[in-house]
Design a protein around this ligand. Structure first.
Ligand code: PEP
Ligand code: MN
Length: 338
């Protein structure tokens, strides 16, 4: 059972509720987020069902949810969530959100020039990794803080929001200082300590699906973030590993309607990492929007042969602009805007 406190609930009101739960012989589990506090009850929940906990001062909602993911489930919240990432960019509304930019932040001038191009084509969020999860320890690992500074400068120059990956809890303050959205990559989807830590921040979180994770595991990872009080979670389907090796991963289009039916959280599609080859990115992007995704995250580079990472799946800015026009047509067909 889960009790959600009102954002304005006082410490006294929380203590009063906690004391009551303890008196019933149950164990309350308190999670204090920046915006809200959540009280979970573990144990004989039958006793609780007979107690009118809703009328306790400071309580917003009391819920009995049978699914293993509670706060992430549609049972907890019927209407779809809209995650506000600032500057009037909202993920989950009628308007689609497109995030675009290079795989890695490489150079200040280059980043600003890409940012201007993707903005002109209709993107509202600039992507770029400063900390890169690379298969090889000898491959380019990202520019670190220098890369974060370049992202912030590109934001100042264009007004775009920025999203970048956080890989290590030790970098959390640094990344929060520069970014508008924290990306948790596929490889860290089940790094539960990292999920808990970002759950304690008030930043929107872009949670990518692990490449070998089921939808249930994906939602359980979102639950880790929500359970710490951060409700600003955006999910991202980026392809899963199957026997098929013609593409880098297999974009699980089914995941979009399935997640939409199980959860209130918004979900976007990453066609770049799913396809792995630039020629297939457009079809995957359009399919994602047709299936009901709330947006896209796409890799764009003006010189893919020279890109420090993922050049083979990066679109030239011109091709990205063309794709945006096609996406607009698909969006209209499914009653969305771009
Ligand atoms: C990325 O966005 O560059 C990335 C590494 O994505 P993923 O975690 O989905 O592989
Ligand atoms: Mn990449």
């Amino acid at each position: 059972m889960i009790i959600v406190m009102r954002p304005d609930a006082t410490k006294k009101q929380l203590n009063h509720l906690v004391e009551k739960i303890k008196k019933l012989g149950l164990k309350p589990w308190i999670s204090r987020g920046v915006e809200r506090t959540i009280v979970g009850i573990i144990g004989e929940e039958d006793i609780v069902r007979t107690q009118p906990l809703e009328i306790f001062p400071g309580v917003e909602k009391v819920m009995q949810i049978l699914k293993p993911y509670k706060l992430a489930s549609r049972d907890f919240k019927k209407e779809g969530s809209v995650v506000d990432v600032g500057q009037d960019v909202k993920v989950g509304g009628k308007k689609l959100v497109v995030m675009a930019g290079p795989c890695s932040v490489e150079d200040q001038k280059l980043l600003i020039s890409i940012a201007k191009k993707v903005k002109a084509a209709g993107a509202t969020v600039l992507r770029g990794g400063a900390f890169k999860p690379r298969t090889s320890p000898y491959a380019f690992q990202g520019l670190g803080e220098k890369g974060l500074k370049y992202l912030a400068e590109a934001r100042n120059a264009t007004g775009l929001r920025v999203v970048t990956e956080l890989m290590d809890i030790r970098d959390i303050d640094l990344v929060c200082k520069y970014t508008d959205i924290i990306q948790i990559g596929a490889r860290n989807m089940q790094n539960f300590n990292l999920l808990r830590e970002v759950g304690k921040t008030s930043k929107p979180i872009l949670l990518k699906r692990g490449m070998s994770s089921t939808i249930k595991e994906f939602l359980m990872s979102a639950e880790y973030i929500l359970s710490e009080g951060n409700f600003k979670v955006i999910l991202c389907e980026r392809g899963i590993r199957t026997f098929e090796d013609a593409t880098r991963f297999t974009l699980d289009i089914n995941a979009i309607p399935v997640v939409k039916s199980l959860s209130h959280l918004p979900i976007i599609v990453d066609p770049s990492h799913a396809a792995g080859k630039w020629g297939y990115v457009g079809a995957a992007a359009k399919a994602g929007i047709a299936a009901g995704a709330d947006g896209l995250i796409i890799e764009v580079h003006p010189n893919p042969e020279e890109a420090m990472s993922d050049g083979e799946q990066s679109l030239y800015p011109e091709n990205f602009a063309k794709l945006m026009k096609d996406v607009e047509k698909v969006a209209k067909a499914v009653d969305r805007e771009i």
